[in-house]
Design a protein around this ligand. Structure first.
Ligand SMILES: [Mg+2]
Length: 428
């Protein structure tokens, strides 16, 4: 098998180490190098552990009350989750990376992909070290940098980086058989538990075996993303930005604007649209969010008038209701918006995610779990699935204008999907 990536392009993945625990250590230098854990909403279970806490054998997801005594005996610092802090530090980490690399694709609260065209890829090792060192110097958050010919291989490289110096570059000539044989299928990005079981049933237990598997079998038995993951393990970029598996911690929807936006109403439409997109992904994956954050910022190149701000809202229960989320996003925007600035980017993040099945039952009325609203959402998704994205949407997203949309001045007509854009034939 040859690992010839397209045009010498590479992908980087920067991932913050034990992100929530690291955030708690930023303003408590006395806790650096010490065991730290962070608890979920209502202090239910452990959702983050510093490297030192991992070494003590404290399991991820463990109920707090079960290990409370042990944590005390081992002098582990325990924190309730503080998403306002994590969201803000996340924005600082991302902004730092944007100073070094022209383009980053934020993937979750603590991860970003970096497309590296050939001009950047030739210096991949140097860029990786610069990213790691600069992010730590500017934000005090430790990160690991993995680089590979595809997003999936960048993920693999990142796992290796985490266990070694914090940096790992896998070029197309790396010894992939040796590397991928050591990666169990269930650890591969995008391979869920159910798929891992199915693969184990036919003897595919590691990433190398998956990469080698028969194409027709893969296409028949795996999801589209599963099949594309196998291609990516072979060094063939196959997973587009819209197909990325949902991160476990947060879902993000953001975009740089085609034209600068000054008007609050237009900014509100953009925020509402991003919220709708993120909520849709949550429903697709059967997830609920207990927190929403929105951020807006001007261009980094605007030397005179820069402004950047973010805000959050926490729900008592998880939700994936577009309307509910949009209402809170609009309130956040009202809090953070300042007139007189030319905004270049905005985004929405849904965080503190739980599977729908895990929604806690409550004796109190739960607006987040109104069955009629759930039916409304599923009808919305069905209609948009059938008639195309955005056929049916909330008024808050706006009907016209949309100057905030990406620059697409050179877009070819949608010949095959839009009646107004069909090709015209002339007979002379
Ligand atoms: Mg991380």
């Amino acid at each position: 098998m040859s690992y010839t990536s397209s045009k010498g392009q590479l992908w980087g993945l920067v991932d913050c180490n034990s992100f929530y625990a690291s955030c708690e250590q930023v303003f408590r230098p006395d806790l650096r190098g010490k065991p730290v854990v962070v608890l979920s909403n209502n202090d239910g279970c452990i959702i983050a552990r510093s490297a030192e806490a991992k070494k003590l054998g404290i399991p991820m997801g463990e109920a707090f009350f079960k290990v409370q005594g042990y944590l005390k005996a081992k002098k582990v610092a325990v924190f309730s989750s503080n998403f306002a802090l994590y969201g803000d530090l996340s924005a600082r980490v991302m902004a730092t990376m944007e100073e070094i690399c022209p383009e980053i694709e934020q993937y979750s609260i603590d991860e970003a992909f970096i497309p590296m065209p050939e001009a950047l890829a030739v210096n991949a090792e140097e860029i990786a070290v610069t990213l790691k060192e600069t992010v730590y110097r500017w934000t005090c958050i430790p990160v690991s940098v993995g680089i590979g010919p595809t997003r999936t291989l960048a993920k693999v490289a990142n796992h290796i980086a985490k266990k070694s110096t914090g940096v790992c570059v896998l070029r197309p000539d790396a010894p992939f058989q040796q590397i991928l044989s050591k990666v169990p299928v269930e650890d591969i990005w995008g391979i869920g538990k159910r798929q891992a079981l199915k693969l184990a049933g036919v003897g595919i237990r590691n990433a190398w075996q998956l990469a080698q598997a028969d194409d027709s079998w893969l296409r028949k038995h795996l999801t589209v993303v599963g099949w594309k993951t196998a291609l990516e393990l072979r060094g063939i970029p196959a997973i587009g930005e819209g197909e990325l598996p949902t991160p476990r911690k947060s879902v993000l929807s953001s975009r740089s604007f085609g034209e600068k936006v000054r008007d609050k109403a237009l900014l509100a439409e953009a925020i509402a649209s991003f919220t709708a997109r993120a909520a849709e992904r949550m429903r697709r994956d059967g997830m609920l969010a207990r927190g929403i954050a929105a951020h807006i910022r001007t261009s980094f190149f605007d030397q005179q008038r820069q402004y950047e701000q973010s805000g959050q809202h926490t729900f008592r229960f998880g939700t994936n209701d577009t309307g509910l989320l949009q209402r809170e996003a609009a309130k956040i925007l009202s809090d953070i918006y300042k007139p007189g600035f030319a905004y270049a980017k905005a985004g929405v993040m849904l965080y503190d995610l739980i599977p729908m099945k895990q929604q806690q039952c409550s004796l109190l009325p739960m607006p987040e779990a109104d069955p009629r609203r759930m039916e409304l959402m599923s009808a919305l998704d069905k209609i948009n699935g059938k008639h195309g994205h955005g056929s049916l949407k909330f008024g808050a997203e706006g009907l016209t204008g949309q100057v905030w949309k990406m620059k697409q001045n050179n877009l070819s007509p949608r010949f095959t999907t839009e009646w107004d854009e069909l090709a015209t034939a002339y007979c002379k």
